[in-house]
Design a protein around this ligand. Structure first.
Ligand code: TYD
Ligand code: MG
Length: 478
């Protein structure tokens, strides 16, 4: 039978001692030491949920509360199926994937983003998914605490999102008050909207100030670890690089996600910038609809411009195939060559050095006479190209504009360009080519080495054409 261990814990500050004291040795308040029995194996301190009211258990830790644990002790009784809470909802498994396979119990996740990007919407939807439980039928309530909006406002949003799950709404700014009430409900998750609006009593500074933001986050982290309740925290990013913004919190929390979106686009991206439980190179893609965030069905082609899908095509457009996380996107590159100009180069979404290199290679190795031309380059939809896989599409777009010959809109380009004008292999070639084929393209231009490696299987209707250098590409396409 497991030994029972008795401790005396101050209900005011959480100080614990092996014996009773009339006055707490830590916070000097009288009559607060309460007897607490731990029945964990060999005296293992199993957390403070047994504490009366739970008061003070998330305040800074006192010595003697924890001890080093054996690996076997830590892993004992861990149900592998509950290791992560899957989050599959109207937005597919986007959030789960960005988190590295689901939400980890006892983790603290920070979701940052510009005001109005859709953080509250996303988290209310996540709350609904957790509250409904997944296919194993297990459900638990979720508490959504807002320091920004009234309960009615959150209720209205839930109505709009057609959410009818078991969610508790609470409007409060006092962290101690929040945690006390939440612990009592022992929910499946706690959501706090936002870190800038909550405060800890007895701490200097106003809500949103650096002290408050840091200490409140630490309190929420201790709460998550002790109760095993996952906590999701919203943080606004302010333009002026505000020090009390979520950036200072990145080292405190377990996971940091950023939500991004172009101002006039309904697409929203969720990106992990830190993840103690998974990789950080995953990207979630959503569309903000009238009823919340939804999965994007055409994610691969969402960056192709309208005119590209039209039958009448302009010269100077070429499609590149780029990757972000495990996702493939087709992106349109636009070029405009203006002859008899002064040789200016203006780029948008492409590093200027890379653009200059490609232009020089085209002049020297492919005989394109654009020395005196003004060259404008643009990546559609405000995407920034960081991969060399887009080199070939950039070169093709420039050729197309210079020669004034449009490239048929069912041709895509993949490949890096070397200084000799040769085409080079890029990572994850097969995945890229496969995406292009799936979207019904007729032809995909790749480096010769890639053509051999890929073979011709699996891309039945699409021709995969391997080229050694830029000259071969020009002869094939124009
Ligand atoms: P919100 O989640 O409040 O943003 P944040 O918490 O990041 O400040 O939502 C921002 C915008 O999203 C708001 O302008 C309205 C819009 N929206 C929709 O388009 N559809 C919806 O279903 C909801 C709830 C909001
Ligand atoms: Mg909000």
């Amino acid at each position: 039978k497991a030994k029972e261990k008795v401790q005396w814990v101050c209900s005011n500050c959480g100080y614990s001692a092996g014996q009773w004291w009339g006055v707490c040795r830590s916070c000097s308040v009288a009559g607060t030491m309460k007897e607490v029995k731990f029945s964990g194996t060999d005296g293992m301190v199993s957390g403070f949920s047994v504490l009366e009211d739970g008061v003070g258990s998330w305040l800074p830790q006192q010595e003697g509360e924890m001890r080093p644990l054996r690996l076997a002790e830590v892993n004992r009784g861990l149900d592998i199926h509950h290791w992560r809470i899957p989050l599959t909802g109207p937005f597919g498994d986007e959030v789960s994937r960005v988190l590295g396979g689901g939400l980890v119990p006892g983790s603290l996740t920070l979701i940052g983003g510009d005001p109005g990007v859709g953080k509250s919407t996303l988290l209310l939807q996540i709350a609904a998914i957790i509250a409904e439980g997944q296919n194993d039928g297990e459900s638990s309530p979720v508490v959504y605490v807002s320091g920004e909006e009234s309960v009615e406002q959150i209720g209205n949003r839930a109505d709009r999102l057609r959410i009818e799950s078991d969610i508790y709404l609470y409007s409060s700014n006092d962290v101690e008050d929040i945690l006390k009430k939440v612990q009592y409900l022992s929910p499946g998750a706690l959501i706090v909207d936002s870190i800038q609006t909550v405060y800890l009593k007895g701490l200097m500074g106003s809500p949103g100030g650096i002290m408050q933001v840091k200490e409140c986050t630490s309190a929420l982290l201790r709460f998550a670890k002790k109760t095993n309740i996952p906590v999701l925290l919203i943080g606004h990013v302010t333009k002026s690089g505000d020090i009390a913004g979520p950036r200072v919190l990145e080292h405190i929390v377990d996971v940091v996600l950023y939500m991004e979106g172009e101002k006039y686009s309904s697409y929203r991206m969720l990106r992990a910038v830190k993840n103690r439980f998974g990789s950080t190179d995953e990207l979630g893609v959503f569309e903000m609809s009238h009823s919340g965030l939804q999965a994007v069905s055409n994610a691969s082609e969402m960056f192709l411009s309208e005119q590209h899908l039209d039958s009448e095509i302009l010269a100077g457009l070429a499609v590149a195939v780029i990757m972000d996380g495990s996702r493939t996107f087709l992106i349109e590159i636009q070029a405009l060559c203006l002859s008899g100009s002064t040789g200016t180069r203006e780029v948008n979404g492409i590093p200027l050095k890379r653009a200059n290199m490609i232009i020089s290679v085209l002049i020297k190795q492919a005989g394109l006479r654009i020395q005196e031309d003004a060259v404008f380059l643009n990546v559609v939809s405000g995407w920034s190209l960081t991969e060399t896989a887009g080199d070939l599409a950039i070169a093709a777009a420039i050729c197309s504009s210079c020669l004034e010959i449009p490239i048929p809109n069912d041709i895509a380009f993949i490949g890096e360009i070397g200084l000799g004008g040769e085409l080079r292999m890029v990572p994850r070639m097969e995945k890229r080519v496969y995406t292009v084929a799936k979207l019904g393209f007729r032809m995909c231009i790749v480096p010769k080495v890639a053509e051999k490696a890929l073979g011709t299987d699996g891309f039945e209707k699409m021709e995969v054409v391997g080229c050694r250098n830029l000259k071969e590409v020009i002869n094939t396409v124009f």
